[in-house]
Design a protein. Structure first.
Ligand code: BJW
Ligand code: ZN
Length: 225
């Protein structure tokens, strides 16, 4: 079991040029959540949802890991087997930065999913609604993303890890989306130390024992040192 469990959100990738969701000009100011991030939105208009994630995938492919991603990879390399990153992000910047022990609790832009048989395969850079499942032939293939109303991935493994960790650290997430926003309470209930690293206090910021405020590319490397 890892000693250090780190939850990351859109804020850690912001300085890599990837838009966050809830900033004034963020993704949710440009798109209706119910249109692009719910299973009902996909059923109504799969073209729109596939196009939304094609654009996101292109932005991710053009981005590079920043100093915060690299610092977390260094932390893992120096503490073999004792660091777990639980990311809400669908980008692969933790992996490209060198982190190995990463759970994508809200799915991954680089993965496609068959809603009929649950088969997963690497998503092409540009998905089409005519893409069908390589295993059972069903269409349309969907981006392998956890939308509102769906259950995030690997919840049992995440909760187990948080409840026995030495410290739970939350980086760059606004604390508005559950169950991730409830992880700090789970940690605190089990006597696990808690630290929030963010630009500003999150919606659940008062539940953390300690806080470091500032841009992730400065605060995270400084914390890891
Ligand atoms: C910086 C920075 C810099 C900026 N440096 N920081 C309990 C109460 C009420 C509602 C619910 C509840 N439990 C469940 C719900 C329903 C719902 C929910 O939470 N709704 C709320 C909106 C109220 N949750 C769900 O439906 C979830 N499923 C679920 O609950 O299933 C039931 C179940 C679960 C478990 C066990 C049993 C049953 C699913 C949620 C799926 C979320 N999906 C999305 C979109 C898909 C992924 C994608 O397209 O990318 O995931 S929504 C979106 O929000 C995305 C993100 O991962 C997620 C979190 O956003 P994040 O990362 O926090 O981004 P922002 O923009 O909000 O914040 C960025 C932060 O960074 C800010 O604080 C900035 O200040 C900071 N920042 N620049 C450091 N440089
Ligand atoms: Zn299938």
């Amino acid at each position: 079991m890892p000693d250090i469990v780190i939850l990351t959100g859109a804020g850690i990738s912001a300085e890599s040029g990837i838009e966050t969701f809830r900033a004034d000009t963020g993704l949710w100011a440009q798109h209706k959540v119910e249109d692009v991030a719910t299973p009902e939105g996909f059923a109504r208009n799969p073209e729109r949802v596939v196009a939304f994630y094609n654009t996101r995938r292109a932005g991710i492919a053009a981005a590079e890991p920043n100093a915060a991603h690299l610092a977390l990879a260094k932390l893992e390399a120096e503490n073999d087997g004792s660091v777990l990153i639980v990311t809400q992000n669908i980008d692969d910047l933790h992996e490209r930065g060198g982190s190995q022990n990463v759970i994508h609790m809200h799915g991954a832009a680089g993965s496609a999913l068959c809603a009929s048989c649950d088969h997963r395969w690497p998503a092409p850079l540009v998905m089409h609604v005519t893409d069908s499942c390589p295993s059972c032939g069903a269409a349309p293939a969907r981006p392998d993303i956890v939308w509102f109303g769906e259950i995030p991935y690997q919840m049992d493994r995440i909760i187990d890890a948080i409840s026995v960790a030495d410290i739970f650290v939350s980086i760059g997430t606004s604390g508005n989306v559950y169950p991730a926003a409830g992880f700090v309470a789970e940690a605190a209930r089990n006597g696990v130390a808690t630290l929030e690293i963010n630009l500003e206090p999150s919606a659940v910021g008062s539940q953390f024992e300690d806080a470091i405020m500032g841009p992730a590319t400065q605060t995270v490397p400084a914390w890891v040192e």
